[in-house]
Design a protein around this ligand. Structure first.
Ligand SMILES: *[C@@H]1O[C@H](CO)[C@@H](O)[C@H](O)[C@H]1NC(C)=O
Length: 475
């Protein structure tokens, strides 16, 4: 079951167009999606669903924003959104591109001469902004050791092949665990054994969280300054030839945004948030007084709940340094979905305002890019700071894959997901003036707990709401 694993996570936040005390999802009578199957029970999820245009309720949060002081989560609770920051940064990149200020295919040094010209295997190579946003630049992630990264990638590919060749899923999980135990120098077994629920996230060791750079405590005054962490390190491959998810790639991207916009990256972003009416979206600044900011938690090696270690995320504003609320992420999703769909309604409804971005810009952002991979969605490809699953149906009356975009996030003491499932518009719908974008389902879940896997939950919720909506149309 979806969230069964999370049953003993106490924190987090849950926000929506529905909710209930019994932790079962009741919905407004007119539109009660049959969500009984989604037992969010005591989960740490902070969830937001919008499934009708301009119509959503915020009810309540779920779990604790601050465990020690017994402060419950509220819809306004602000948490680390981790890598969903990449989607926000992409919005700024897309806007600057649309305005003709940013050339996605120019070498990044055109804007950021501080970033050294790169060489791969003796050959001069070019990194462009387009490669950065799809993680194809070859710039490293937290791991500096090329050999280790290659090894892990191969392992992941092998595992993928296993699944694809129709191997029994359970067997795969066993294999996966076996690998984990043997390949790291440290014994993992002890951590796993101590967790009550075998599959539960608490105590789960996430490789990413073992990298030292995840725990940087240094405060960087500017994005240019933070380039020093990685700018002189060798590329892992020839730009454009392979995929390597890299948050540092986004740090370089923030420098590009800064130069192109002529404003400090952080100032430019905050202005954009104001335009988007996302007033709860701010920098993860440790000193600032941020009302409704949740504390961050993690399970320690013994499976006990502890406060997450102090970190300073100023080295990765663009790739994982923003705080937000579920409501703000919904607004963000709506602005994007509106932008995407506005074009399809424009002809029939001339009163429609333009979207923040042009429809074609969002379509470009959501077009899967060759050679990319997505760790959190087996059906997806990475596009431009979004994972995208394309619409697909092979056989009549058989499995239908819907088109949707998503991003997940994992930070010190936090996990997140944002998913946008656009409605498939038929030509009839477009003809009626009262039907307006955005149309679809948007799910945002943020939680102040490390290593909670939220991808499947988000998808399941989106599908339930979508089903319900389809049913309404038939009536
Ligand atoms: C969610 O992500 C995990 C790994 O992060 C993956 O194993 C799983 O297949 C994903 N779920 C879906 C529905 O793609």
């Amino acid at each position: 079951m979806v969230l069964g694993n999370c049953c003993h996570l106490l924190l987090g936040f849950f926000l929506v167009s529905f909710v209930s005390e019994s932790f079962r999802l009741h919905i407004h009578a007119e539109a009660s999606p049959s969500l009984e199957c989604l037992q969010f029970a005591k989960s740490s999820a902070c969830l937001c669903v919008k499934y009708l245009p301009v119509w959503f309720y915020f009810f309540t949060g779920l779990g604790y924003a601050d465990v020690e002081n017994r402060v419950m989560c509220k819809p306004e609770t602000i948490m680390r959104i981790a890598s969903i920051s990449k989607c926000l940064t992409m919005m700024a990149v897309a806007k600057l591109w649309e305005e003709g200020k940013l050339d996605l295919d120019a070498p990044v040094q055109k804007y950021v001469p501080e970033f050294p010209e790169k060489v791969y295997e003796g050959e001069k190579v070019t990194i462009t902004t387009r490669l950065l946003v799809s993680h194809l630049s070859g710039i490293r992630h937290y791991e500096k050791d090329i050999a280790k990264v290659k090894e892990e990638k191969e392992k992941a590919n092998r595992a993928l092949k296993l699944t694809k060749s129709g191997q029994d899923k359970e067997q795969k999980e066993k294999d996966g665990k076996g690998i984990e135990k043997t390949d790291s120098g440290k014994p993992r077994k002890e951590h796993e054994g101590e967790v009550k629920n075998q599959n539960s996230k608490p105590g789960r060791r996430d490789k990413e969280f073992e990298h030292e750079e995840y725990y940087l405590k240094e405060k960087f005054e500017s994005v240019i300054e933070s380039l020093k962490i990685f700018k002189n390190d060798p590329l892992f491959f020839k730009p454009g030839s392979q995929f390597l998810y890299s948050t540092y790639g986004f740090t370089l991207l923030s420098a590009v945004v800064e130069r192109v916009s002529g404003q400090k990256f952080t100032d430019y972003m905050l202005k954009m948030f104001r335009d988007l009416d996302m007033l709860s979206t701010v920098l993860d600044d440790n000193e600032a007084m941020i009302y409704n900011r949740a504390r961050c938690y993690v399970y320690n090696k013994k499976g006990r709940l502890v406060n997450a270690p102090y970190v300073d995320n100023s080295y990765k504003w663009a790739g994982g340094g923003f705080l937000s609320s579920v409501g703000d992420l919904l607004k963000f999703g709506n602005a994007l979905l509106y932008s995407y769909q506005a074009g399809q309604f424009r002809n029939n409804n001339r009163k429609l305002l333009p979207g923040y971005l042009k429809p074609d810009t969002v379509a470009m952002m959501w077009t899967p890019v060759p050679k990319t991979e997505v760790s959190w969605d087996r059906d997806g490809k990475y596009a431009m700071a979004w994972a995208v699953v394309e619409k697909k149906q092979q056989y009549g009356f058989c499995r239908r894959q819907r088109h949707y975009a998503s991003h997940t996030g994992g930070a010190v003491g936090a996990s997140s997901v944002l998913l946008i499932l656009p409605e498939e518009l038929d030509s009839d719908a477009e003809d009626t003036a009262e039907v307006a974008p955005p149309r679809g389902v948007i799910v945002s879940i943020i939680c102040n707990m490390q290593s909670v896997s939220l991808n499947s939950t988000a998808l399941k919720i989106a599908r339930e709401f979508d089903k319900e909506k389809q049913a309404q149309y038939i009536d």
